[in-house]
Design a protein around this ligand. Structure first.
Ligand code: 7GP
Length: 831
């Protein structure tokens, strides 16, 4: 076929990228041949699917080339184990990474279609809750871009994170059926099905030599069906795979029950088996402690380990000695920690390896990332439950623990029972528990936190004794975000300006953004930058109108807080500030402030009552303020429904102010803070998580820091914090909290919003909202002052974008490679 001039740049894994003409023909071919429809009657869904199919021809080329190269070179690979992947949409991301976005846009335009309409045909792939799940998605993008042999393992949930609606301001959860009618990006691989076991009992037997052997007689066998999602690296580098397991009833087991006449029973067991991958647990940072959750964790770990071992044996036969050279497994928090005893079981019970040999191998394979210090999120499983679901694994954990206490703890602290109690993987008490964090540290060769300060706190507050035992085990890898999705794809106007001023290398080498700093004082660039922000804000205003029917003025400051709803993230501190401004306006009709729109996006865990009350309160306050003529548009408050990746992509490019206001010491890192600053928003934030490193990069003139530091928080809590003192001593705080108790915001229903006041006073204000309030108000006044000088603001915003180079997930992945995985990147050869 003749190539046209719009032929895209050839890339590494994919030999021949399509021209506009070729794409157009391919889309039509798939409309006919794959979708069975016609140009004249095709729905937008059909067009979207046909375009995906056309794109997949090239994606699959890259996939084959990548897999063949890795196989031929027998490369060491990292295996990322995560219960969550918050992918969002893949369409525009895949087009951008392949380098055919413009060609596709033109091809579709020639067919009379708008690419943006097609993008809207795709459901978000929301197989995660928030931070940790979105981080995993950014990481697999970076690993593919940097040509690292890597595979992501997880669960193919039928229902992702719930969809959020508001009914009279209250959150309602609706099921998310993201793949009800199939998903064009995934490939089912029945040839790689695995079977795993749960329940049952363990028998102790002896062989002829009198050697003891443990035999697990499982109570149920479940089949894991893998679905592969190609992960396209930027500019078509490698095409890696995200392999997600779907649970099904085992054929073998069904057949058995069926033969004995138990048809109904067989059907019931089918349903039970399928339940395992039915739904994502909607809790962020807390754990439900439910049997199904433990089974989910074990199910995907066991399937994935067997998959890894199958691939290893294909290359190395039964010689296990090279296993730790070939395989690194990264545990994304403790959720996949059961992989440690599972690998021990496979090696000791199945491969008949000695305990020492097996343990040595295991300890050189696993590495563990901690994502939170919140005590309620530190996973524990009751020994009782463990014994029921995984009886053999409990025995193995006991043995790991026994040896750890005897060979490590007792050697460093002889006879110190208090230390043993503290370090034991089994927590004693009325209901003994398995501590998954302890197990992860003991079973891993490296442990990392996700920002400098967080990694320090992991060492000092969470595992100080483990640090004494293994000082070199602990390290830091600061989080990052992929600039392909979070700047290039979501903010095309700014991306273009960057291409024109500093060249187009920045998406692969984000430090290039530094060059943009030289333009911070350039009036032409300032104007261009602010004009782009203005257009992005106008676009967002249209979305807001459509979703909420609220009109907002694109000339106001857009002040954005988007993240899960949690007391420690302090959306209610933001609300108190809004109430303070509202009250000042009512008391002084001429109150001088730059008009501001406060935008929120947040889901609350369905069982988290206070979080839901905070959503309700924000919505009720919004209703009142937005309809109060006296405000004269100085204030608007919008709670965007169903916050998710796709909405983030619309909100982030339009933000002037980024709210990162967690209690110091509570937010491990944050990644939204990075995305917002990268797109030129100015942070109002505490010295917490990665905010500290952002402040170091952008400098004190370009960020508004407030509040207690980690040390001050600790000191205040040690001395005794009394939130009532702030209530009685600060008239503004008192007035606002009392206001919330009246029926002002909920006419005829006083007390409807009193949950917040109760938690801040009777509840003791565990996250120090009142202690930080006045400092926060001042930080906001500073921002108001800054915005009045538009050139000054433009400079700050430009510098935020320019100085965020550190926070690309490519840098995070290079840090993991250097400090943890020790991988070589692998250039993909084409067939
Ligand atoms: C989050 C942290 O809260 C956030 O600060 C961090 O940026 C993110 O992980 C990525 O490292 N934690 C979770 O999402 C989570 O579920 C509990 O933690 C295990």
């Amino acid at each position: 076929m003749k190539k046209t001039s719009s032929k895209a740049k050839a890339s590494v894994a994919i030999a021949d990228l399509p021209s506009t003409e070729e794409l157009k023909n391919s889309i039509i071919k798939h409309l006919h041949g794959s979708l069975g429809t016609d140009v004249n009657k095709a729905s937008p869904q059909a067009w979207w699917r046909a375009t995906c199919a056309a794109v997949n021809e090239y994606v699959y080329d890259g996939l084959r080339n990548t897999q063949r190269t890795h196989y031929q070179q027998n490369t060491r690979a990292v295996h990322y184990f995560s219960l969550e992947y918050l992918m969002g949409r893949l369409f525009s991301n895949n087009l951008h990474n392949l380098g055919v976005y413009d060609a596709a846009k033109d091809a579709l335009a020639q067919l009379g279609l708008n690419i943006a309409d097609l993008e809207d045909q795709e459901e978000d792939m929301a197989l995660g809750n928030g931070g940790l799940g979105r981080l995993a998605a950014c990481f697999i993008d970076s690993m593919a871009t940097l040509n690292y042999p890597a595979i992501g393992y997880g669960i193919h949930y039928e229902h992702g994170l719930f969809k959020q609606e508001f009914s009279d301001g209250r959150q309602i959860e609706r099921p998310d059926s993201w793949r009800e009618y199939g998903n064009p990006w995934e490939i089912c691989r029945p040839e790689s099905i695995q079977e795993i076991s749960v329940y049952g009992y363990v028998e102790t037997t002896y062989d002829l030599q009198g050697k003891m052997k443990k035999v697990w007689h499982p109570g149920r066998i479940i089949k894991g069906v893998p679905w592969d999602i190609p992960v396209v690296g930027y500019q078509g580098s490698s095409v890696n795979v995200l392999r997600l397991w779907e649970s099904r009833a085992s054929d073998f087991f069904n057949w058995d029950v069926f033969n004995s006449g138990g048809y109904i029973d067989a059907a019931r067991q089918n349903i039970e088996a399928e339940t395992i991958s039915k739904v994502l647990y909607p809790n962020d940072e807390t754990d439900a402690g439910k049997e199904l959750r433990l089974i989910q964790q074990y199910f995907f770990c066991s399937c994935s380990l067997k998959d890894i071992i199958r691939r290893y044996k294909r290359a190395n036969g039964d010689d296990w000695s090279k296993f730790p050279e070939q395989v690194a497994i990264q545990l994304n928090d403790t959720h996949p920690a059961v992989a440690i005893p599972e690998l021990m079981r496979i090696l000791v019970d199945r491969a008949e390896m000695s305990w020492d040999e097996a343990w040595n191998l295991c300890q050189n394979v696993f590495a563990y990332t901690n994502h939170t210090l919140l005590p309620e999120a530190l996973e524990k499983w009751s020994v009782r439950l463990f014994e029921k679901v995984l009886p053999r694994h409990l025995e193995i954990i006991y043995e790991i623990n026994r040896r750890f206490l005897v060979e490590q703890v007792d050697v460093l602290w002889p006879g110190d029972n208090e230390k043993k109690r503290k370090l034991s993987i089994i927590e004693e008490g009325h209901e003994p528990m398995v501590r998954m964090g302890h197990l992860s540290v003991v079973g891993s060769f490296r442990v990392n936190g996700v920002a400098e300060i967080h990694s320090e706190l992991v060492k000092s507050d969470l595992f100080p004794e483990m640090v004494a035992l293994w000082p070199d085990k602990f390290t830091n890898v600061t989080n990052g975000v992929t600039p392909r999705r979070w700047l290039k794809a979501c903010n095309p106007r700014l991306a273009k300006l960057l291409d024109e001023t500093i060249g187009d290398e920045w998406p692969r080498d984000l430090k290039q953004l530094n060059k943009f700093a030289a333009f911070a004082d350039d009036p032409a660039i300032q104007d261009a930058f602010m004009a782009i922000k203005q257009q992005n804000k106008a676009d967002l205003a249209t979305v807001v109108k459509k979703l909420t029917n609220i009109s907002i003025d694109p000339h106001a400051i857009f002040d954005i807080q988007i993240k899960r709803l949690h007391e420690y993230k302090r959306q209610h501190l933001n609300l108190l500030h809004i109430l303070a401004l509202y009250r000042r306006i009512l008391q002084n009709p001429d109150y001088d402030m730059v008009p501001r729109v406060f935008l929120f996006g947040a889901k609350a865990a369905p069982g988290y009552k206070l979080a839901k009350e905070i959503i309700y309160a924000i919505n009720k306050v919004a209703e009142k303020i937005n309809n109060d003529k006296r405000v004269k548009n100085r204030l608007k408050v919008v709670f965007m429904p169903n916050y998710r990746v796709t909405l983030a992509e619309k909100m982030i490019p339009a933000a002037d102010v980024s709210e990162q206001i967690s209690t110091a010491g509570k937010e491990a890192s944050g990644t939204g803070n990075m995305k917002l600053a990268l797109n030129g928003a100015i942070t109002v934030g505490t010295l917490d998580g990665a905010n500290i490193e952002i402040a170091e990069e952008v400098g004190p003139d370009n960020i508004s820091i407030f509040g207690l530091t980690v040390d001050e928080v600790k000191a205040l809590q040690a001395k005794g914090y009394h939130s009532w003192d702030y209530y009685y001593q600060d008239a503004e705080i008192k007035a606002i909290l009392d206001w919330l108790e009246t029926d002002y915001f909920t006419p005829g229903k006083p007390g409807e919003l009193s949950a917040i006041k109760r938690s801040l006073l009777e509840g003791g204000d565990p996250y120090l909202v009142l202690a930080d309030f006045q400092s926060y108000v001042k930080a906001q006044e500073k921002v108001d002052g800054w915005y009045r000088d538009q050139a000054g603001w433009a400079k700050k915003a430009i510098l935020n974008t320019a100085l965020m180079g550190k926070f690309t997930s490519d840098r995070s992945i290079e840090d993991y490679v250097e400090k943890v995985w020790k991988l070589d990147s692998c250039k993909i050869s084409q067939q």
